[in-house]
Design a protein around this ligand. Structure first.
Ligand code: ADP
Length: 161
């Protein structure tokens, strides 16, 4: 019963993340979306908000669970008894960092594989940062994030009518 951990900041979750989660479930029986407590990034949404949003938008997906983790990812992966780490790749710019992380994790735990999914073309330009930038200026992010996230962004940026 292979289990994968999909770690990230998810500030907020986008349709690009959701696409990776859905595709990961076709290979892994269980996909744990692991929200980093201390990713080193200044986040718009608190950890609790990011968890709540992710739980809401993945509630209909079988075998998908949402949790938070802190500290070293590989320790958390081992503690969960998972088989693999899932990450998404959008562009060459993602590659260097992702490869470094994958190699480092391999060095620390040889039996854990990192599995990369290439982004779907329609989401190749999509990041949480670009979504936040557009939403903060009152732009429309429909189709880029689930409607629940759209609503949460509007609330955050006070653009609710
Ligand atoms: P992190 O801070 O760990 O990079 P993110 O939430 O930004 O957290 O991203 C988590 C993972 O999802 C990363 O592997 C990232 O490359 C991937 N990802 C983000 N956006 C997309 C997208 N549009 N398509 C595919 N993968 C994506």
């Amino acid at each position: 019963m292979p289990t994968a951990i999909y770690p990230g900041t998810f500030d907020p979750v986008t349709n690009g993340h959701l696409d990776i989660i859905q595709r990961a479930t076709s290979i892994f029986d269980t996909v744990v979306v692991a929200v980093a407590e201390d990713s080193g990034k200044d986040t718009l949404f608190s950890l609790e908000e990011r968890l709540e949003i992710l739980r809401e938008v993945t509630s209909s997906l079988k075998g998908v669970y949402v949790e938070s983790f802190s500290g070293l990812l590989i320790k958390y992966v081992k503690k969960k008894g998972a088989d693999a780490i899932v990450r998404g790749l959008r562009a060459v710019s993602d590659f260097e960092y992702e490869m470094q992380m994958a190699m480092m994790n391999k060095k620390m735990a040889e039996d854990i594989e990192t599995v990369f999914f290439f982004t779907s073309t329609e989401y190749s330009f999509l990041s949480s940062s670009v979504v936040k930038q557009v939403a903060s200026l009152g732009g429309c992010v429909k189709g880029l994030v689930p409607s629940y996230v759209e609503k949460k962004l509007k609330e955050k940026y006070n653009f609710l009518k």
